[in-house]
Design a protein around this ligand. Structure first.
Ligand code: APR
Length: 233
């Protein structure tokens, strides 16, 4: 089976009721990014940051995967699909996708403040235990923090993502403005002549000899893409 690699961003989850980060109604218009999404912001006021992610985590319980997430999962019947997502929600998994690489962490998990990428300290919270409090400590004695990659932090999953992009036969980009690195740089690792499909209501500054822009939201866009891929492959 061909390797189909799908890079997703916040636009993927818009039709599930979650916000994007940039643009009108985006999260960074409502919350100061320096405070809630940087490592300095966390050191400055851990309680505020922990509560912010508690709220986002609880919001997950109120939303569901949309049709686009489900079509991506269905593509596993025809392709070897790897989803590389910048999203911290769990909607790809809940939509049925089996191989999901989270570049920016996962809302459902917490980790040690001292050693955040040590697998020993990364734990998945039970859905009835989504509220992390000051004083809840990891096994190393440090405050439990959200398992989120903040600005200013390393992106450990990027290496695995690059490996998959190098092996891509078809590459799809859905709902990301490609403003944030290293995720945006993944396109540079694509083998030459790999077809690129972009699904987004807004055009992106991508060029390529085999570039296809599907100007639509994630759900309708995925229906269109499914037809195109099944016709061609
Ligand atoms: N379907 C598909 N795409 C959509 C939809 C929709 N219904 N609605 C909006 N979009 C598109 C927008 O046009 C935009 O191109 O989704 C994209 C969202 O872009 P951003 O808000 O910049 O989100 P993203 O690219 O995921 O941000 C990357 O930035 O702040 C950090 O860590 C955060 O992971 C995030 C990263």
């Amino acid at each position: 089976m061909k390797n189909l690699i799908i890079l997703t961003g916040a636009g993927m989850s818009v039709e599930s009721g979650l916000s994007t980060f940039r643009g009108s109604g985006g999260m960074w218009g409502k919350y100061p990014v320096e405070q809630v999404a940087t490592i300095e912001g966390y050191y400055d006021n851990p309680e505020l940051v922990i509560n912010f992610y508690n709220d986002l985590r609880k919001q997950l319980l109120t939303v569901n995967p949309n049709h686009g997430h489900k079509v991506i999962a269905e593509l596993e019947k025809y392709f070897n699909v790897t989803v590389i997502t910048q999203n911290v929600d769990n909607l790809h998994e809940r939509g049925g996708s089996s191989n999901v690489i989270h570049l920016h962490g996962e809302l459902t998990k917490v980790t040690s403040s001292k050693d955040p990428n040590n697998p020993r300290y990364i734990e998945t919270l039970a859905t009835d235990d989504y509220d992390v409090k000051m004083g809840d400590n990891s096994a190393d004695g440090s405050q439990k923090r959200p398992f989120i990659v903040w600005f200013g932090e390393a992106v450990p999953m990027i290496d695995e993502a690059i490996e998959w992009v190098r092996k891509a036969d078809i590459f799809v980009v859905i709902g990301t403005s490609l403003n944030v690195y290293p995720a945006a740089g993944l396109l540079n690792y694509l083998p030459p002549r790999v077809p690129i499909y972009v699904i987004d209501p807004n055009e992106l500054p991508i060029k390529g000899s085999d570039y296809h822009f599907i100007q639509n939201g994630a759900s309708k866009g995925m229906d269109e893409l499914m037809k195109i891929l099944l016709d061609k492959n």
